[in-house]
Design a binder for this molecule. Structure first.
Ligand code: URP
Ligand code: ZN
Ligand code: ZN
Length: 470
């Protein structure tokens, strides 16, 4: 399929410029002024539109078995919803059960993901430790294109990684040239606070944020940073939700440590008042970890994004419906943790970021695709409009508006944390792997069209870090 995008304004992380973009056979083959349309090419008029790299969501959970149930969106419906919102690639998570082989879990997730409509890659979680985990990490990096490993510092008695696992896994990641990543919350404290809440008779969703206060997140972020500092590894902290974690990252970076922070679109614009809603469906629909925070924390997160101490925006897309959330009707600790957002992330970021002057269009590209592609080593294949890059492109109407709602979303969930929010700045067309898959409201996502994206290890940089340790 050949597509010529004519007359738009290309936005890359470094600059904006007027250019046509020619795509053929899944790749961008030319970017320039007044390009000729080859015979048979589909021509898209991008006059008045921005032409940007398709979004990359570095944090999703499609078809995730979690807290006794499985998310609503599978790899097809979830990636298709992403395409409708201009997101063309995801990095999802393989989460082995403790004692399960990493390779076995990886192969299971690879099978589930074959129906993806957009491109996908995997972080692999280290939830336990022995010599087979050490060996499988090597196989994953050297043979399967995995260059990041995830550690849940929360979820005690399930998938939590303690300090011993962090130290062993970070050390192994350094040897392999892979990026350690963490969900930073002190799982022991969360567990203790949850029991305390229940003892006090606080069983509803309003107790969820009380059991996971910012200090609990900040402590874990600081501890992971300290471990990474001693071991001389880089570190990527997922879903940074509060001032305390951001401060830890900012301090570390000021001392030259290579620490990266991810923020969720939801944490930037939804505040913790949602847990006070007396309607269980509404309050439980927002139960995710870390929880939504007060407006002071939101303000700090925006400053982190603007100031360059937070680098990527994600969604943690992990959809559970009302019937699933009802498992925690009498005990908030049993409400499956997770919310959606893959379809809305870019619109919310544009509306609350670019329209307010917090982000320029180029900064928007940085935090929705380019930085992620660089941090996880798939740049310039992804994250830039340039000759030779994958033809993953979103055309953007900065004047277009849309009211976000569960009733109109493509995502299979029955809840939307952005419900009723009207955004200005919407995708009009999405091109994924060189094919037009979203055209002015019509979604033409194709099951199985997405490809597994291998991410090479970071050998030269990591070897340098290894030498510094020695
Ligand atoms: O509540 C959340 N975030 N659910 C998904 C798992 C995780 O912690 O990322
Ligand atoms: Zn998490
Ligand atoms: Zn997550």
């Amino acid at each position: 399929m050949t597509i010529l995008i004519r007359g738009g304004t290309v936005v890359n992380a470094d600059r904006e410029f007027k250019a046509d973009v020619l795509c053929d056979n899944g790749k961008i083959i030319a970017v320039g002024e007044n390009l000729d349309a080859p015979a048979g090419a589909e021509v898209i008029d991008a006059g008045g539109l921005y032409v940007m790299p398709g979004g990359i969501d570095p944090h999703t959970h499609m078809q995730l078995p979690f807290m006794g149930t499985v998310t609503q969106d599978d790899f097809f419906t979830g990636t298709a919803a992403g395409l409708a919102g201009g997101t063309t690639s995801i990095i999802d998570f393989v989460i082995p059960n403790p004692q399960q082989s990493l390779m076995e879990a990886f192969n299971t997730w690879r099978g589930w993901a074959e129906k993806s409509a957009g491109d996908y890659s995997f972080h692999v979680a280290v939830t336990w430790w022995d010599e087979t985990v050490h060996a499988d990490m090597g196989k994953l990096v050297n043979e399967h294109g995995v260059n990041s490993f995830k550690h849940f510092m929360a979820y005690k008695n399930a998938i939590m990684a303690d300090d011993e696992i962090l130290v062993k896994s970070f050390t192994r990641a350094l040897e392999l040239g892979a990026m350690p990543t963490v969900h930073a919350e002190n799982g022991e404290l969360v567990y203790m606070l949850q029991q305390e809440m229940l003892k006090q008779g606080k069983t509803g969703p309003e107790a969820h944020p009380l059991s996971r206060p910012p200090v609990v997140e900040g402590e874990a972020a600081q501890r992971a940073i300290a471990i990474a500092n001693v071991l001389n590894t880089p570190l990527y902290i997922v879903h940074v939700s509060c001032q305390e974690s951001l401060d830890a990252i900012t301090r570390a970076r000021a001392h030259g440590q290579r620490v990266f922070g991810e923020v969720l679109a939801g944490h930037l614009v939804v505040d913790d008042s949602v847990y006070k809603n007396k309607d269980f469906v509404q309050a439980a629909g927002h139960v995710m970890s870390p929880p939504f925070r007060s407006s002071q924390h939101q303000q700090a997160l925006w400053q982190g994004l603007q100031g360059g101490n937070l680098h990527t925006t994600a969604t943690d897309h992990c959809t559970f419906c009302a019937a699933q959330k009802a498992a925690g009707k009498d005990d908030f600790t049993k409400i499956p943790n997770g919310c959606g957002g893959i379809e809305e992330r870019m619109m919310v970021l544009w509306d609350a970021g670019v329209n307010t002057g917090r982000l320029t269009p180029s900064e928007f590209v940085k935090v929705t695709s380019a930085n992620c592609a660089q941090i996880f080593n798939i740049y310039p294949r992804k994250g830039v409009i340039a000759e030779g890059a994958d033809a993953d492109i979103v055309l953007w109407d900065a004047a277009g508006t849309k009211t976000l709602s569960a009733k109109t979303q493509f995502s299979k969930g029955d809840f939307n944390v952005f419900e009723g929010r009207t955004v200005k700045g919407i995708p009009t067309h999405t091109i994924s792997g060189g094919k037009l898959v979203f055209n002015q409201g019509e979604l033409m996502a194709e099951m199985g069209a997405g490809r597994y994206i291998k991410r090479p290890s970071f050998s030269p940089m990591f070897q340098a870090l290894n030498k510094m340790r020695a």
